[in-house]
Design a protein around this ligand. Structure first.
Ligand code: LRH
Ligand code: MN
Length: 424
């Protein structure tokens, strides 16, 4: 558990510089007629779920470089998310992946999480790996598999993940399927789609009334010729055929190069079928890199569609989650930087003058449209995000606090150099 007194000491070293930056920004925002208190409240209320599978060093098929002090139990994973939340007051939930994170004792894991101010966000099923001594194999798919008994096993697994999530207080199931083909002719596209829809219908009947089914799409990997759910259109088609509890989950890394993701987000909100996000960044494929580390302007444009969509559409509540894999950085530092990028993009998107933008759009004043967006994007809102975090008892600079508190050193002393985290 992070000692809050230590945090107070660390903040003392940053407070005068922070207050100088914040008072300057606060004054210029107030002069622009911005309701600063409302802005702070929106930033403070914005909580992003941490993926349980991203608290250790992932690795690629070419190698994995462990860091030491990794959480090898679910209890330790929840504690690590607790440390992130104590530092940035914005990581108030954890998203579990089953069977990588099956709780041994539900009451104790709920208590550990509650004591750290954490909730359980969407639970993730896994029919992309075979479990030891499982009689069925998902090698050739799961919900789309030609063999009815394999589909039945995958459906049963998803129902068990829902039951497990209910015991944790989760309200959503995320389904991502590796199902697809790597060779032309390997399966019949229409039959595979229909089998997948029929399987999802059986899972959908098991959802409690207040739950969501989040359907995640991906254009390729681990299959490299076709995926059964390759794009937002297919995910939306399935979600529409299933019912109002089903929606599309947008993983930022699951798009072919140069895809206009902000347009996809706008359309899904227009259709009230956007369910949530897996935030990350990428240059080429599903690179699962730190959020905002490569395409901060795209992330800003996505949040501009979200801010407008949350005001102007009836789209339901969204699940905000990170989905990343860490090969080079300390996972905790990577997650702190990713959360900061997300909150900075959200803050900038809240500062766009959308009234002025609509006028410019109506009059086809293209230069003005760009200038209005970039006015907000070019604002330095870091002290605003720090002020909201500091106001909640967090660190003015969470990453610097994580380092000055030598948290990784402490975790290595406690867990050793070889502790390995379950996940990818
Ligand atoms: C697939 C994915 C999906 C997962 C996994 C860990 O690429 O994005 O969300 O379940 O990563
Ligand atoms: Mn994902």
């Amino acid at each position: 558990m992070l000692d809050s007194n230590q945090l107070i000491e660390i903040n003392k070293k940053k407070i005068s510089e922070h207050q100088r930056n914040w008072s300057f920004l606060k004054e210029s925002l107030t002069n622009k007629g911005v309701d600063v208190e409302d802005l702070i409240q929106k930033i403070s209320d914005f909580q992003i779920a941490i993926p349980s599978w991203a608290l250790g060093t992932g690795g690629t098929r070419f190698g994995r470089f462990p860091l030491g002090g990794e959480p090898s139990t679910l209890e330790d994973k929840v504690k690590d998310v607790g440390i992130l939340h104590a530092l940035n007051k914005s990581s108030g939930a954890i998203s579990l992946h089953i069977p990588w994170d099956v709780p041994q004792d539900f009451d104790s894991i709920r208590k550990i999480a509650a004591d750290l101010g954490l909730k359980f966000d969407a639970v993730n099923s896994n029919t992309f790996q075979d479990q030891p001594n499982s009689i069925h194999s998902y090698k050739f798919g799961s919900l789309c598999h030609a063999d009815k008994t394999v589909r039945a096993a995958a459906i049963q697994h998803n129902k068990e993940v829902i039951d497990l999530g209910i015991k944790l207080g989760s309200k959503a199931l995320t389904v991502w399927l590796a199902d697809g083909t790597s060779f032309a002719g390997q399966h019949n596209f229409r039959e595979a789609f229909q089998r997948t829809l029929d399987s999802l219908k059986e899972i959908y009947t098991h959802l409690p009334d207040d739950w969501k089914l989040l359907i995640e799409y991906k254009p390729y990997e681990p299959n490299f010729y076709s995926m059964v759910i390759p794009d937002w259109g297919t995910s939306h088609l399935l979600a529409s055929k299933l019912g109002e509890k089903a929606a599309t989950l947008v993983d930022l890394g699951h798009h072919l190069p140069n895809t206009n993701i902000e347009q996809i987000v706008a359309l899904l909100m227009h259709l009230n079928k956007l369910g949530g996000f897996h935030f990350n960044d990428s240059k080429y494929g599903d690179d699962d890199l730190s959020v905002g580390s490569l395409k901060p302007y795209q992330l800003f444009l996505i949040f501009c569609e979200l801010v407008q969509g949350m005001k102007e559409t009836d789209n339901g509540e969204l699940s905000w989650m990170i989905d990343a894999s860490h090969n080079l950085k300390d996972p905790m530092e990577d997650l702190l930087q990713s959360i900061a990028s997300i909150k900075i993009s959200f803050a900038k998107a809240l500062l766009v003058d959308y009234k002025k933008l609509k006028v410019a759009q109506k009059t086809n004043d293209v230069s003005a449209c760009q200038a209005i967006l970039q006015d907000a994007f070019n604002m330095d809102v870091r002290s605003l995000v720090s002020e909201s975090c500091y106001g909640l008892g967090g660190a003015i600079d969470p990453l610097e606090a994580y380092r000055s508190l030598e948290i990784r050193k402490g975790l290595i002393e406690e867990r050793g150099l070889d502790s390995k985290s379950t996940g990818l």
